[in-house]
Each structure stands twice: as structure tokens, then as C-alpha cells.
Ligand binder design. Structure first.
Ligand code: G3I
Length: 363
């Protein structure tokens, strides 16, 4: 029996013995938070949040209790930060940083350089003149303002093509070629010597042929950065999973994460959620499948000592974008991808994360 399985089983046995003896259902145990359970295993647990969520009185106490680190869902995206060239509006992002500081939370930044969520003026400006300060100036503006206040930052987000074949076409690639990644990481290191610099992407978790290509291209991208002595500290695995299709391939994922660790890089799970839209209408069945896929993924990810943090992409189903209009109207279907439901009740996914933390070998 693998040590993790033994640990989880024995933890489970102790728990059930305790709850059995006390006659308490599993949930009624002392209110251990994901934040505490993660810290006990040398991990950080966090979630994406947006400023509008901070005005929800039933949400904020749960966020403060459960989460050790925040990542802005969109307030750090350039379309919101710099709607007009050179005219930054940091008010919303400042509010998230202030909330985190007041709640004993750390912050991670997301993203600095991305093909999406850029202001309308950016692409025409890049096309008019390949001015590198359009890239480096933004990095300096953001990391300069929050210098020393981010634990990590996604310097470049989603640079790999969705089919895994090479780099994704983007305004940055068109203007500066593949070297835009090197330029971005060097500028980030110069702007903040302490923050962990992350390359963040999706597509490495599951078992399909496009995921095989994605993993190979990701390793090739990282090897290039490392060979050119580009300052990169960690790989961000977004962790957008699917409970019913193209599930996590634990063997392939384990081998891939071993390769990442062998390169001296840390691993962050940056945007964990589990899509349930391909499942049945039955909520209990979907919740079970979401929890099972969460556990299958985290058991492998947390077995790797290089894994430092797990963040979900929001904490409650309340904050998930609604499904397609027709589906909502026709069936009332709403996604259930996260640890808490829309009424802020714990779901089986919460237990799956808690059990995965409990089973983690302390590095
Ligand atoms: O707030 C404005 C509103 O004022 C305006 O009227 C409206 C008009 O379109 O836009 C609103 O902003 C939206 C924003 O979310 C806040 O809700 C943007 O349109 C919308 O594009 C933006 O979507 C975000 C998306 O990234 C694009 O930035 C999602 O919230 C966010 O969950 C999603 O997150 C991404 C990660 O950054 C990268 N990995 C994938 C992940 C999920 O798609």
C-alpha cells in the first residue's frame, strides 16, 4: 500500500473512529479549514477572488477562514488596469491587496503578459511600432507598485497553442517573436527581485493526445528558458479539469511533474476547478464526480515535493459564469465546479481537497 494511501486510510480510520465514537458526521468535526490543513502539510491553499465578492457578507467570512492566498480573477488584467495608454487605474487591485493584508493572506499576481484581456489600444500600438516598452513598461508599472507584496506572479500566461503545437499566435509573438517570453521574465525579475516568477498554462493535466503534445511543448519551452538563463522559478498548472471527459491521466501527470521538479522548478496549482457540464442533471452524481476528479488530480500533484500551492479558480459556485443562456433557461442547469455551492455550503469537492492535503507527505 502506497504511503499516501496508507496515510489517508489511517487518517480516515482515525477520523471515522472518532466520529463513530462521538457519533458526529464527518462534517461536524472541529472546523478545520483548508487553509490550516494545507499549512500543516507545507502547502498554501488559495482562491481567485474579485472585488465585487468582498461586498457579500456571507462570503467574506468563509473566504477569510478557508483561504491563505488570493489571486485577482480579473482586476490585474491589462484591459482593467490600463484602459487608456499610460493611464493606470489600480483602485480595484489595491482593494484586493488591502483586503488580503487585513485578512493575513498573501497575494499572487495574474497575469502580466497574456494574449487576452488586453485594452483595445494595445494591438494597434504594437502593430504601429514594435516598442518593447509596451511589454516591459507594463511589467515595471505593476511589479513596481506591488514590489515585495506578491508571493508569485504569472509573468506569461498561456503562451502555448491550444493544440500543443508550438506557441500560440498573439500580439506579443507577432511583435517580438518567441523572445518576448525572455524579455518579460527578465523585466519582471528586474522590477521585483523577490517575487517567484511563474509560467502559467493549462493542458498538461489530462490524458488526450493534445495533452501529450502540450506537456512536451511545455517542457521544451521551460528548457529553452532555463538554457538561456531566463529567471523562471515555477510552472503554474491551471488545473481546469473535466469530471466526465478527458480525465486526468495520473501516470502521465506524475511523470510530467517529475520532469518539472527535475528541472529545479516549483509547481503551483493555480486555477483548480472541475467542469461538470458533460455530466447528468443529478446534482449528487455531479458533485461526486467533481470530488473524485479533484482527488485523482491532487493525489498525484501533492505527491510531488515541488508542489507548493493549490488555488481554486474562485471558491463558490455562486461566482462561476452562468452556462449557455439556452441551457439555463431550458433546464435550469448551473455549474458546480468548486468547493462551496452558491449558498456557501461545503461540497464533496471540499472534502476531497481536505483529504488530499491530509494525505500529503510533509516535504
Ligand atoms: O466588469 C466588466 C463590466 O463592467 C463590463 O460591462 C463587461 C462587458 O463585457 O465586462 C466585465 O468584465 C468581464 C470580467 O470577466 C469581469 O466579469 C470581462 O468582460 C470578461 O472577459 C472577464 O472574464 C474573465 C476571463 O478570464 C477573461 O479575463 C473571467 O472572469 C475569468 O474567470 C477568466 O479567468 C481565466 C484566467 O484569467 C486564465 N485562465 C483561464 C481562466 C478561466 O477562463
Amino acid at each position: 500500500m502506497k504511503r499516501r494511501t496508507f496515510l489517508a486510510a489511517s487518517a480516515g480510520a482515525v477520523t471515522s473512529a472518532l466520529t463513530g465514537a462521538l457519533g458526529l458526521p464527518a462534517r461536524a468535526q472541529p472546523d478545520r479549514s483548508l487553509r490550516d490543513l494545507a499549512e500543516a502539510r507545507g502547502l498554501v491553499f488559495g482562491a481567485a477572488a474579485a472585488t465585487y465578492m468582498l461586498d457579500q457578507p456571507d462570503f467574506v467570512p468563509v473566504l477569510r477562514r478557508q483561504v491563505r492566498q488570493l489571486v485577482p480573477e480579473y482586476e490585474m488584467k491589462r484591459q482593467f488596469l490600463e484602459p487608456r495608454r499610460g493611464r493606470y487605474d489600480f483602485a480595484a487591485l489595491d482593494r484586493l491587496f488591502a483586503f488580503a493584508a487585513a485578512s493575513r493572506m498573501s497575494m499572487r499576481g495574474h497575469p502580466l503578459v497574456w494574449y487576452a484581456s488586453n485594452p483595445d489600444w494595445l494591438e494597434p500600438a504594437l502593430t504601429a511600432r514594435r516598442d518593447e516598452t509596451l511589454l516591459t513598461g507594463h511589467i515595471q508599472a505593476v511589479l513596481g507598485r506591488y514590489r515585495g507584496r506578491m508571493a508569485s506572479v504569472d509573468v506569461v500566461n498561456e503562451a502555448i497553442a491550444p493544440d500543443g503545437r508550438g506557441l500560440r499566435p498573439s500580439p506579443w509573438l507577432s511583435a517580438f517573436g518567441p523572445g518576448y517570453l525572455d524579455t518579460a521574465f527578465h523585466a519582471a525579475r528586474a522590477a521585483d527581485p523577490a517575487v517567484k516568477l511563474v509560467y502559467n498554462d493549462w493542458g498538461c493535466e489530462q490524458g488526450g493526445p493534445e495533452n501529450d503534445r502540450f506537456r512536451a511543448t511545455t517542457l521544451k519551452l521551460l528548457d529553452g528558458l532555463l538554457a538561456r538563463r531566463v529567471p523562471v522559478d515555477a510552472l503554474g498548472l491551471q488545473g481546469h479539469l473535466n469530471a466526465f471527459q478527458n480525465r486526468v491521466d495520473q501516470r502521465k501527470l506524475r511523470l510530467f511533474l517529475d520532469e518539472v521538479r527535475a528541472r529545479g522548478l516549483a509547481i503551483l496549482i493555480t486555477e483548480l476547478d472541475v467542469y461538470d457540464g458533460d455530466g447528468p442533471a443529478d446534482i449528487a452524481a455531479r458533485d461526486r464526480a467533481v470530488a473524485d476528479e479533484t482527488r485523482r488530480f491532487l493525489d498525484v500533484a501533492l505527491d510531488n515535493p515541488a508542489t507548493r500551492a493549490v488555488l481554486t479558480w474562485c471558491l463558490s459556485d455562486r461566482h462561476i459564469d452562468p452556462p449557455e443562456e439556452w441551457r439555463l433557461k431550458l433546464t435550469g442547469f448551473r455549474h458546480r465546479k468548486l468547493p462551496y455551492d452558491a449558498q456557501m455550503r461545503k461540497k464533496p469537492m471540499w472534502d476531497a481537497i481536505a483529504q488530499a492535503f491530509a494525505g500529503r507527505r510533509v516535504p
